[in-house]
Design a protein around this ligand. Structure first.
Ligand code: SAM
Length: 311
């Protein structure tokens, strides 16, 4: 279903499904022989959500008939698992470093099923604000609570849409704009319209005291080019057919959830607003973690850049 300006969702519908998809990647990475990360909670979310296309990363061998739809399906799935593992590790390291440097307040924008507050070694007194759709956060908290999981940092849930006035909700929840903050935007930007992305960064800027840090999974203009959009649509149509073959609810077409259109480059924007910026491409990040990409598959993982800024 096409997006609208004020659409909302539960965990198993529309954009909520993408949070389950990422949890699937983290669950698969966690149980792999040489995992980059350890997220024991990811599997709990998948089990609580029941059967669906989000469990695809957990099948050891994709069903044979899937090769009819996409002969590279197995290679793509492996590459995406590695991508999600690498991305998770990158943001884990970012938050641990920031906390070790004394940044006591964190905001996870579009937290989804991110369980960092429950699994990273946060110093005492750390507070983690999680922003996402109310139903997504409710599903996460209920699942963790039902398994008796206790957070390591103090978690504050802020159930609000990131296209609405989230700074107001964040401050009302106790966020202190005068204290340094570590911010993350992981798996978020393509789900926002270009103008909402610009507004998001304006707002982050206005809430960031000196000493703040930010980590972003950014997508270059190339990701939103006509050619890339067409390629993604073609790929998504294949995955929709895959979901149908698996008997899953094919109502969620991930390609339909993304907003196209030219974007502000995050690296440039942060640099122009006083942040000291470092950036690394997805392929380089993954290589640094010992993960190689298949050379015979076109665009096996998103052409993204991991950007860190310090104010
Ligand atoms: N950051 C998490 C991770 O990496 O596991 C979740 C990523 S998931 C691909 C995208 C998340 O963005 C979902 O949890 C979705 O609910 C959230 N999201 C997307 N657009 C949003 C919006 N406008 N307001 C609040 N949350 C949003």
């Amino acid at each position: 279903m096409a997006r609208t300006d004020d659409d909302t969702w539960d965990i198993n519908e529309s954009v909520g499904v993408t949070a389950l998809g990422v949890a699937g990647g983290r669950a698969a990475e966690t149980r792999s022989p040489n995992p980059l990360i350890n997220d024991p909670f990811a599997r709990l979310f998948l089990d609580a959500a029941g059967d669906g296309v989000w469990k695809i990363y957990l099948s050891d061998e994709p069903p044979a008939e899937l090769a009819e739809v996409d002969p590279d399906f197995g290679k793509r799935t492996e590459a995406m698992k590695s991508y999600i593992g690498s991305r998770t590790k990158y943001f884990d390291e970012f938050f641990v470093d920031a906390a070790a440097a004394g940044v006591g307040q964190s905001v996870i924008l579009a937290a989804g099923l991110d369980a960092r507050a429950w699994r990273l070694a946060w110093p005492q007194g750390s507070v983690v604000y999680e922003i996402d759709q109310p139903k997504v956060l409710a599903f996460k908290l209920e699942t963790l609570k039902s398994h008796g999981a206790e957070p390591i940092a103090r978690v504050v849930d802020v159930g609000v849409d990131l296209r609405q006035d989230w700074p107001k909700a964040l401050v009302e929840a106790g966020f202190d704009p005068s204290a340094p903050t570590s911010w993350s935007a992981e798996g978020l930007l393509p789900y926002l319209p270009p103008e909402a992305q610009d507004l998001l960064f304006d707002r982050i800027q206005s809430l960031s005291a000196p000493g703040s840090r930010i980590a972003v999974e950014a997508f270059t203009g190339d990701f939103f080019s006509d050619e890339s959009v067409a390629q993604r649509k073609e790929q998504m149509e294949k995955y929709r057919q895959v979901a149908q073959k698996l008997g899953s609810d094919a109502g969620t077409d991930i390609g339909e959830l993304l907003y196209d259109g030219k974007r502000t480059e995050v690296t440039d924007w942060l640099g122009a607003h006083g942040w000291k910026v470092t950036a690394i491409g997805a392929d380089e990040l993954m290589a640094g973690y010992g993960r190689t990409l298949p050379s015979d598959v076109d665009a096996p993982v998103p052409n993204s850049v991991f950007v860190e800024g310090r104010l």
